[in-house]
Structure formats: structure tokens, C-alpha cells
Design a protein around this ligand. Structure first.
Ligand code: PLP
Length: 440
């Protein structure tokens, strides 16, 4: 059946059905919701046939419905879809290829079905290896939707409906060099933020509790499309290991070449984690999550209790996962992200010179953030303007979202086939939306 042939209902009717049938706390993007029925590479089409530039969705990493990925999934689905209880070449080939992208001893793979499952599993590995539970995470972080992951996600448990951090979760300040306690102009800002982590570790040592590990996104995304100071990450990794803990890098948002200069976010800081957590882009829309770790940690986890995920590592997922990785390499998407990202960043800096609403432009490759403020001195977040601009951009045919603790950071994370022409169209639309917002 042609998927577009099912389109018969109005937006209002679809919304009413959705409200009746689905949980009320599922959010929907934009004041005028979109009814998207088709995608190809960096474009989406609505039910009226209007095309949108997708600068929002990082899950279709190599492009919506990329033919190579679709073909790999269809072909394998027609032959065999089964689980890890049988020998099969595909899972081995996938693990080998994934391991080849990672440094050092990061070679042992576990496959699951989402970023949440992968973070859950990473916690189990860390606990099995250290025999401890206390974890350090970053302010505003989000790591997934399960009960335990809400506990380690301040973005959720500190917000509406949240119950705060449990005693075993220690929240360190996000080293935000734009609006945090120490900023770009402050000498030793990275060390100041690291000193806070040192104090948490000292407290755990003094109480006799000990540390299980440090879990953080290499480039905090929900926190507002940030990078971290390299000296901070290096110092924290060193302190965590000295305290017997493990370093877990959540690369669910930033891995696989999106950053342009680096295939993995942590590479920007010259560190190597003990456990790497993968999700979103690695399946290009097919639900794949993965955890990659060292033989030593894997051996601690191999403690007699079987690990099994019914769908994790199934043959179809592995065929798709391999096709995604091959496409990233075959189409030079990392270098493409670097070049297009550089162009876009330059054009966004030009916009910043003309629009007082832009406080900061940041990011790398096709992981960019535009932080909006009502006043460049006080840095008061322009939250309302950010929402209005995202809605205006949607009307102009470019899909973007907002992020950050104040929802005032325009996030730009398109599928990697996004071109210089798409970037120019985005900038022109953003110019229009910023100008309209200034006069509103
Ligand atoms: C950094 C990070 N980690 C983990 C997750 C959870 O992934 P999933 O929604 O696939 O369970 C997300 C989802 O947004 C995320 O942004």
C-alpha cells in the first residue's frame, strides 16, 4: 500500500484522534502541527505535498529512507530475522566494523534497541565492574526514558513532574562557558568546573561510599548544543579513574561523524572512555542501540547471569546497521558535515552581527546551536522568541527545534546529506524570522 494513499484526515481530526488514543504527555512540534507523510534524504513532505528542509532530525543520519539502508533492511527481512542465540556472520561483521571506528580496547559490543536501553546496560556494566552505584552526571542532562534513567537525567527529574535526584546520583554543574559560573573569558574555567567534580568525589571517599562512574554526553545536546572544555574532560576522566570509577560517554546524539572534525564527540578532548553508548543515528530510524566497552569490563559483566535482548542484534538490525556505517564512509559524510557545517557556522556568525537577539552561535559540523537572548549583557534567555522563530521557520519551510534549560537555543542537527544550498536557505529563512521577531 502506498503510505501516502492513507492520507484522508484533516490536522484537527488527527489531533483529536491522537488526544483520544495516545498518552497526553507525548509532545507535538509546532503551534500548527505537521502531518508528515514522506521523507527522502534531508527533506520531508507533508500531506499537502509541501516540501520542508529537515534541519532538526539527527536520527535519519545518512538521510531519510536512504536507498542503501532501505534495500539492506528489505533484503535481510526477506531472508532471516532472528536473534543472537544462533551463529550468524552479520552481527560479527557489524561488531567488527563498529569496533574499528573506536580507539583502544573499545571492542566488545552489546546490541539493544534504543539509546535508553543502551544507557541502562552501560549502568549495569559499570556497576558490575566497580561493585558500586554512585554516579556523577551533568546538570540539564537527558539520558533516556526508563525509571533509572530519569533518576540520572536532571533535565527530567528537576523539571515538571520530577522528583529530584536520588541519593546515589550526584549532579555536577554543566561547564557552560556562555552563561555558567565560569565563562570563556575566565582563565582556568575548565579547572574550576573540574574542581566541583573533585569535591563530589572527595565527599564519596569520605563517606566510604565510593564512585561507580561519570556518565555524560560528550557534547551536551539537551543542555543547549554545547561542547565541553577539553581540560575539564581530561581532568574529570583522570579523577574518576583514580577513584576507581569508569567513564561512560553518551554518544547517542553526536557520534558517527556529525561533528565533522571527529567521528566521536569524545575525540575532541583527547580522551578514551571505558564505555560508549550509541543510539539514534546508528540505525538511521531503525531502532538500534549499542554499548561498546573493553574486554576487562565485559568480563566483569559476564558474572554468570545471562544477558539477552530479544531484538537487540537481530539479523535485520545488523544488516541495517552495517549499511548505515558503510554509507557514512562511502559518501564521506563526516567530511561533508565538516564542510557544510563550516559554511553554515560562518553564515550564522554573520546573522549574529545583524541581529541583537543572537547571543551566541556554537557547535561543530552539523551539530549547531544559536542561543537567543533579550539582552547580551544580562544574557536573559529569549525563550518566547525562540519558540516563535521555530514556528515561523516551519511556516517558511525549514524544520528546527529549541533546546537548552531555557528552551532558548535553536538547535540545528539535520540529516548529514544537508547541502550548502540547504544551509543558505536556512539562513535566509532565519534572517526573516529573526527580523519579524524583533519587530513583534
Ligand atoms: C543523549 C541521549 N541519550 C539517550 C537518549 C535516549 O534514547 P532513546 O530515546 O532512543 O531511548 C536520548 C534521547 O533523546 C539522548 O538524547
Amino acid at each position: 500500500m502506498d503510505p501516502t494513499a492513507r492520507v484522508t484526515m484533516s490536522i484537527d481530526a488527527l489531533l483529536a484522534r491522537r488526544r483520544a488514543l495516545l498518552g497526553g504527555n507525548l509532545s507535538i512540534a509546532y503551534g500548527h502541527p505537521l502531518h508528515i507523510v514522506r521523507g527522502s534524504m534531508q527533506y520531508l513532505w507533508d500531506a499537502d505535498g509541501r516540501r520542508y528542509i529537515d534541519a532538526y532530525n539527527n536520527v535519519p543520519h545518512v538521510g531519510h529512507c536512504h536507498p542503501r539502508v532501505v534495500q539492506a533492511g528489505q533484503a535481510q527481512m526477506a531472508v532471516l530475522s532472528t536473534n543472537t542465540r544462533y551463529l550468524h556472520e552479520l552481527i560479527l561483521s557489524y561488531a567488527e566494523r563498529l569496533g574499528a571506528t573506536l580507539p583502544g580496547a573499545l571492542k566488545v559490543c552489546y546490541f539493544v534497541n534504543s539509546g535508553s536501553e543502551a544507557n541502562e546496560l552501560a549502568l549495569r556494566l559499570a556497576r558490575a565492574h566497580t561493585g558500586r552505584r554512585d554516579l556523577i552526571v551533568l546538570e540539564h542532562a537527558y539520558h533516556g526514558n526508563t525509571t533509572t534513567l530519569i533518576d540520572i537525567s536532571p533535565y527530567k527529574h528537576e523539571g515538571q513532574g520530577g522528583g529530584g535526584s536520588p541519593a546515589w546520583v550526584h549532579v555536577a554543574p554543566l561547564p557552560d562557558l556562555y552563561r555558567g559560573a565560569w565563562r570563556r573569558a575566565d582563565v582556568g574555567a575548565g579547572s574550576q568546573y573540574a574542581a566541583h567534580v573533585a569535591r563530589i568525589i572527595d565527599g564519596l571517599r569520605a563517606s566510604g561510599t565510593g564512585l561507580c562512574g561519570f556518565l555524560a554526553e560528550s557534547w551536551p545536546s539537551v543542555g543547549g548544543q554545547m561542547s565541553l572544555p577539553a581540560d575539564y574532560v581530561q581532568a574529570v576522566y583522570q579523577m574518576v579513574r583514580a577513584a576507581g570509577g569508569v567513564c561512560i560517554a553518551d554518544e547517542v546524539q553526536t557520534g558517527y561523524g556529525r561533528l565533522g572534525e571527529h567521528f566521536w564527540g569524545f575525540e575532541a578532548y583527547g580522551v578514551v572512555p571505558d564505555i560508549v553508548v550509541l543510539g539514534k543515528p546508528i540505525g538511521n530510524g531503525h531502532p538500534i542501540g549499542a554499548v561498546v566497552t573493553t574486554p576487562e569490563i565485559a568480563s566483569s559483566f559476564d558474572n554468570g547471569m545471562e544477558f539477552f535482548s530479544t531484538f537487540g542484534g537481530n539479523t535485520v538490525s545488523c544488516a541495517i546497521g552495517i549499511a548505515v556505517l558503510e554509507t557514512v564512509h562511502a559518501e564521506n559524510l563526516q567530511a561533508h558535515a565538516r564542510e557544510v557545517g563550516r559554511h553554515l557556522l560562518g553564515r550564522l556568525h554573520e546573522l549574529k552581527r545583524r541581529h541583537a537577539l543572537i547571543g551566541e552561535v556554537r557547535g561543530a559540523g552539523l551539530f549547531l546551536g544559536v542561543e537567543l537572548v533579550t539582552d547580551r549583557q544580562s544574557l536573559a534567555p529569549a525563550t518566547r522568541a525562540a519558540a516563535a522563530i521555530a514556528n515561523h521557520m516551519r511556516d517558511l519551510g525549514v524544520l528546527l527545534g529549541t533546546d537548552g534549560p531555557f528552551h532558548n537555543v535553536i538547535k540545528i542537527r539535520p540529516p548529514l546529506p544537508f547541502t550548502v544550498q540547504d544551509a543558505d536557505a536556512l539562513v535566509e529563512a532565519l534572517d526573516t524570522a529573526l527580523a519579524a521577531s524583533a519587530t513583534a
